[in-house]
Every structure is written in C-alpha cells, then in structure tokens.
Design a protein around this ligand. Structure first.
Ligand code: 26Q
Length: 754
C-alpha cells in the first residue's frame, strides 16, 4: 500500500502536500476498505457481550496495529513530513462509557477478535455519551459531549426491531463498528442500538439536563442520565429494557438463521452480561420464547438459565442495582409479571429471605441474575473470595458450582503497542516480537542487571514524560516541572478510591517543604477523573484538589518542588498519554472495596511502580513482582470488614492525632477557603472528621510514611529502574487475551474460527 499513490489519486497531490485532515481521511479509507473486506468470525455458537458501556477510545491507530500496517503507515507519513500522532488528534473519542467496566468491555471485544472467537459486543448508541468535564471556579461542570456527528466508524446495519413498552412502542436502528483482531483475517462487531425517533435538539449546547419524560425522543441521548429523581430512575429502566429487548430479538433472530429451533438455543448462543445493567435480558428472552415460539414457561426458563452468565464488578452494597417493581411495571408489565413468577418460584423453594429477588417491592437485579444464570464471576481473586465468603455467601452456599474468578486484563495492543511504541519497539529488540501475540514478557528479567537496558528504559520513560507534557500543555495549558517525578492517580472519583488520601498527603508534603525539607527531585502529582453529577462528596474532593493545585502554584517557596495537576475531562485518550509517562501508580482504595482495578495493570505494563493497598488485582500484582518491587500499605480487607461489622472505626480518635488534625483542618484554613467554595470545603472537612466512611484517616499515617520511602528509593536510580523492569516483565498475566481465553475455556465454550 503506497499512501503517496493513494493521495495523488484522491487529492491530485502527493502525500507531502496534503493537510493532516486529508491524511486522516485517506487513512480512514485505507482501514475501512481493508476491514470491510474481512468476513465475520463464524461458528455455530456465538457470544453476545451485553454492556451498558463500551469505552473504546479512538480507533485509527488501534486498527492500524491490528491490521499489521501501523509501522509502515507511520514511516510513510513521517517521510512525507506528517506525524501519525498529529493525525490521530483529529479523531474524536466515542463517549460510550464512564469507567473501568466500560474500558474492560472494550479490551474484551478486542481480545475476542484476536482469539478468533465468534461474538459481538451489544450496547446502546448514546448520542452524548457521558458528559464532558470542564473546570470552572475550581469546580467540575458538565457539558454534553456531542461525539456521534463526528464519528467516522459507525455503519448502519439497516436492521430494526420494535420494542414494546406499556404505554407506547418504539423502533430501533442498529449501528455497528468493526472490531478487528490482531493480525486476524476475520472480525467481530460492536453493535449499538439507537432509537429511530431520537431527538438531539432536546439537549442544549451547554447543559446536560433535558426533558426526561420525552421517552420517544430521549432514550439513547445519554449514558447514565442523572438518576437523583424519579424521572431519571425511570428513564434508566426504560433505557435498560430498550437495550435488552433489542439484544434479545437480535440474538434469537440470528440463532434461528444459523439453524436453531429455539429449544436448542443454548447450543447457539451464550450471553455474558457486564454487571447487572442488562439483567432484564433474562425475563425478555423468556417472554420471547413463550409468546413468539409457544414454548412452555418452565422450558423457557430452563433454556434461558443455561445461556446467561453474569460478571459482578462491585462489592459496594449501595452500588448493587435494585429497581422498584412499580418502575418495571410501568415500563413493561409483561417483564414485571415474569420477574414476579421467577421470584415466587424462589420463594417456594428457598426459605432464606436474603436471596429472594423481590425484597420490599424492589427487584434485586444481581439476585435475579444469579438464580437464573448459569455462571457468576468476580474480576480478581480477592474480589471473588469476598463475594463467595461474605457479600454473596448465601448464593455461594446454594450454587458453589456457578461461581468462578476471572481476573481482569487489558489489551496490550492499545496499552503498550499503541500508547508506548518506543517501549514496544525496544521489547522487540530485546525479546523478539513474539511477545506481541503471546504477551510473554518474562524473559525481560534476564536484563535486570544490564545497565545499558536500564538506561534505555529510563530514556523511554523520559520520552513518554515529554510527550505527556506536550499533551497537558496543548490541552489545558499546564506546564509540567522539568525532570519531576510523575506520580499519578487516574480513575473515577469515588470516596472508596480515596483520592482524598492523596490530597491529604499533598498537604503534608506542602507543610514539609514549607518547613525547609526540600525533595531531591521535584514531584508532579497528576489526578484525572470525573465525578457523577449527583455525587456531591466526590465533587467536593475534586474541588479541594483544584484549590490545592492553585495554592501550591501560587506559593513560590513550594512550587519549584511540588505541583498538582488535575487533568480536565480524563478519558481514554488522556490515559494513553499519562500512563506511559507515570513512574508511580496510585492504587489506594480502602481494602475490600475495589473489585479489581485495571489502570493498575496498565501502569505496571508501562513500567510504573505501584503504591497500593492490598485490594483488588493489586494482590495479584504484588504476588507476581514480589515485595521489593511494589509498595503495599494499610489495613487488610479482613481488618476493614471486621471494623465495619463491629462498628470498630472511630474516626475522631484518628482526627485528634497531632499528626493528622492540622492536615485535615488545612481544608478550612483561610488560605484554602480564600481560593475555594466554603460550603464545599466545610462539607469535605466535616465528612472526613466525623464520618470518613472509607477510613482515609485510618491509613493516612502509614501512607505518608510509605510515600516518603518511595521518594527516597527513587533516588537510587538503578534499583528503581530494576523495579520498573520487573513490573514490565511480570505484566503478561494481565493481557486480556489470557482473561478471554479463561472465559472461553470455563464459561462460553466457543470454537475459535481459524
Ligand atoms: C448502579 C446503579 C444503577 C445504575 C447504574 C449503576 C452503576 C453504573 C456503573 C454501577 C456500576 C457502574 C460501574 C462500575 C465499574 O466501572 N466497576 C469497575 O469495574 C472494573 C472492571 O471490572 C473494575 O476493575 C473496578 O474495580 C470496578 O470498580
């Protein structure tokens, strides 16, 4: 493929003379014509991965990598004076997810294609996706992210279904995006349902609120519309039913086309539901089998129960979905009545009230999915253990054979080859390129004492730091201090993730520098993440970070040594810039609360050293790299569970300590308040010293001590680089290809299409 010839044909000008946006257009055509030509992965049995989120990120580089033409294209462009990086900037990032679960779904469909497994992602085409985050007066504001009109990858499948709600019915339209595997001749698709009567004009340019009751026009406008009021909650139930009714109709139609007589549907179909959001696919399939195919209720239940598998992503009881039965009745009385029948069956056979489906007139979606699915899995070893032994113990006692662990993974195509090409190329030099298919990186350990290799890793890290600095400069005019240590916490804002603990450490460090203890290297701490619009406490934390960032920047004693940057509108693209540059990865959730985490894996793969609590997949990372190559601290999950159960955590005792009180009180000091919003800062302060639900103060002192040890150790450059090397070498386990192979071997049983 010669881009120069294509450019002459298309634009009458050589590659060197066309603009970057013309280059983008050209590359799109190249990728699309290649991907259009690929047939779908085929097989009698197909997987449908249904998810409310698919956080896929930009697709150009990813597709070039998977088509095996990335290096060739990059070279041709560079010879003609273009940079692929600049061209990529012209692509818009689809806004179809909010966090870890959505990004996981994107890694999974990439791996399914790479392993040649026949199966698609199924979800919704949100026109504005998740909100775009902007900072105003050091606070988060939210504006619509109109990505759809600029997207270049969506194809209309020209397929529609009718979805019947109680009060009206709507027609859908199916769009899809090709999902290419790494060096594969066949592909899968991400299939997204839209509403034919959608009306974008309900949304203004600058605010994310809209008429939540105009259901025929709004169902696919936003991901997770604000559900702090009843209209918002009802809208979510409508959205979910719209998603799963379309999915179920598509699944049955395609199975019948492949030869299923519907009684044998489970030989043709397996459905993985990503958290409980698609759980209503169970009653919807039962409805279709009984109503359309005349199959008895009992047999329909058996068929459906043998083909739906559920992944749990959360241990927070308050995050488990429960919908008032009356909402489901309003959306679809038929679905409500099937759920009631399923609930009655459980009531009549199992006496334990805690496992019932309808409790206090609320439908517990996880309970429905566990009783009427054949598999439930957690997403990291510790998480699965907590589900089995604590959170879902009554279910584990009933159905031990349904439970399993599938530790999460990440696609190395995006999180190494795409975002850190220098490191990827250097690994080729050291290990040969077979790691690109196998994810085996352990042979790197042989270079642990090789100074030339360690120095080269340092150079690669520096190049990534420079690239990130340019990104932050261009995007938000932030100037990273030269030669500073890059210390990063990027993830959704939630109290259990404890961004507030890093904030309190920064206050400690600010005092320490003020008192004359100057760090040997300057430190740049980078935060990134969004807070749900209705989650006030999380927004208070963002506010305090932005205030501290300004306070330090304005302080000439401290600003040469310490800096806090909050990335505006953290998304996949920002992650691709910041993760390769990170030297320290912050994974400091309260033990037992983070199901897995996946950024921890991305950071490790790119050579960051992890500072973490013993939580989620951190446990597995620590086992792999050994205690010399990771910094763990804090209360264990057993201790935390115990403190909750016995109400044993007395925050006052910690707050009153002379080491802690001044740090917390600084949040309401005149310096702080003069830059901020008093109400927010007072609330955050009160929250920390009277409630502290996620035990920040419990772990704060040991966290501060650990951080200081990390910064000391950083000064021994050789041994730090060795830690970094070991982290890269041991990251192979976290390839999502490994995860998906496990799902397939133990749950799906699909035959790969060769
Ligand atoms: C809850 C109630 C009603 C409606 C929606 C929700 C809701 C929405 C989104 C509940 C949960 C989510 C998202 C959860 C999520 O992203 N979980 C993360 O999943 C990752 C992949 O498994 C894990 O690595 C993270 O630990 C987990 O937090």
């Amino acid at each position: 493929m010669n881009l120069d010839t294509l450019s002459l044909q298309q634009f009458g000008q050589p590659l060197s003379d066309i603009t970057d946006s013309q280059v983008f257009e050209l590359l799109l055509q190249v990728v699309k014509s290649k991907s259009d030509a690929l047939p779908l992965n085929n097989g009698k049995k197909r997987l449908y991965y249904i998810s409310a989120e698919f956080l896929i990120g930009k697709l150009l580089s990813n597709n070039l990598i998977n088509l095996g033409i990335y290096n060739d294209v990059k070279e041709q462009l560079s010879k003609a004076g273009h940079s692929l990086e600049d061209v990529e900037e012209l692509e818009v990032e689809p806004s179809l997810g909010n966090g870890g679960l959505g990004r996981l779904a994107a890694c999974f469909i990439d791996s399914m294609s790479t392993l040649g497994l026949p199966g698609d992602g199924v979800g919704l085409m949100y026109h504005f996706g998740l909100f775009h985050q902007k900072f105003l007066n050091r606070q988060q504001t939210t504006v619509p992210d109109a990505w759809v009109s600029d997207d270049k990858w969506l194809e209309d499948e020209k397929t529609s279904f009718t979805v019947e709600f109680r009060d009206f019915s709507v027609t859908s339209e199916l769009y899809s995006i090709d999902v290419l595997g790494y060096c594969r001749e066949k592909k899968n698709r991400l299939r997204l349902f839209d509403l034919q009567t959608i009306d974008e004009s309900l949304v203004s340019d600058d605010a994310i609120d809209f008429d939540k009751t105009a259901l025929k026009k709004n169902l696919t406008l936003f991901l997770y519309p604000d559900d702090s009021d009843e209209d918002g909650q009802l809208l979510r139930v409508y959205q979910q039913y719209f998603m799963v009714s379309n999915a179920a109709q598509l699944i049955v139609k395609e199975a019948v086309e492949r030869g299923s007589n519907v009684h044998d549907l489970a030989d043709y179909v397996v459905i993985q539901i990503n958290d409980t959001h698609p759980t209503m696919v169970i009653p919807e399939l039962i409805r279709i089998l009984t109503e359309k195919y005349g199959i008895s209720f009992e047999e329909s239940v058996d068929i459906v129960s043998s083909l739906v598998a559920y992944t749990n992503h959360t241990i927070l009881a308050e995050a488990l979905e429960k919908w008032p039965l009356k909402f489901i009745e309003k959306v679809s009385p038929k679905i409500a009545s099937i759920i009631k029948k399923l609930d009655e069956h459980i009531r009549s056979t199992i006496s334990d009230p805690s496992v019932q489906i309808i409790i206090d007139n609320k439908v517990h979606m996880a309970n429905l999915a566990i009783h009427y699915g054949f598999s439930i899995n957690g997403v990291a070893a510790l998480h699965t253990k907590i589900l089995e032994e604590t959170e879902l113990k009554p279910f584990f006692d009933l159905y031990p054979e349904k439970f399993s662990n599938k530790t999460n993974g990440i696609t190395f195509r995006r999180w190494l080859m795409g975002c850190n090409p220098e490191l990827a190329e250097y690994l080729d030099v050291l290990l040969g390129d077979s790691w690109r298919a196998s994810a085996h990186l352990e042979e790197l350990l042989a270079y642990r004492d090789n100074d030339e290799v360690l120095n080269k890793l340092q150079e690669i890290k520096q190049a990534a730091k420079d690239r990130m600095s340019r990104f932050l400069q261009d995007n938000q005019n932030a100037k990273v201090i030269n030669d500073s240590i890059i210390d990063v916490q990027v993830k959704r804002f939630h109290e259990y993730k404890r961004q507030q603990m890093l904030l309190l450490y920064l206050i400690w460090k600010y005092f320490d520098i003020k008192s004359g203890h100057l760090p040997k290297h300057p430190i740049t701490v980078i935060f990134g993440g969004k807070a749900a619009p209705a989650y006030v406490a999380a927004q208070d934390i963002i506010h305090a970070i932005l205030v501290l960032s300004s306070l330090i920047a304005n302080d000439a004693d401290v600003s040469p040594y310490l800096q806090v940057i909050m990335i505006e509108n953290y998304n996949v693209t920002a992650a691709e810039h910041v993760i390769p540059a990170a030297e320290i990865s912050e994974q400091i959730s309260l033990a037992s609360k983070e199901a897995s985490g996946t950024s921890n894996m991305k950071f490790m793969l790119n050579g960051a050293v992890t500072v973490c609590t013993v939580d989620g997949a951190n446990v597995e990372i620590a086992d792999l790299v050994g205690e010399k190559n990771i910094y763990t601290f804090g209360a264990s999950s057993d201790e935390v569970v115990n403190l909750y159960e016995c109400k044993g955590y007395k925050v006052q005792e910690f707050y009153e300590k002379p080491e802690i009180k001044p740090l917390v009180d600084f949040l309401i000091s005149p310096e702080f308040i003069s830059l901020g919003n008093e109400e927010r800062l007072e609330r955050l302060h009160k929250n920390l010293c009277s409630e502290d639900w996620f035990m920040t103060l419990l772990d704060l002192e040991v966290y501060i001590a650990t951080k200081e040890r990390v910064f000391d150790d950083y000064e021994d450059r050789r041994s730090w680089l060795q830690k970094s090397l070991v982290n890269i070498a041991m990251a192979g386990t976290f390839s999502s290809d490994r995860t998906i192979a496990e799902y397939n071997d133990e749950i799906w049983h699909l035959t790969p299409d060769k």
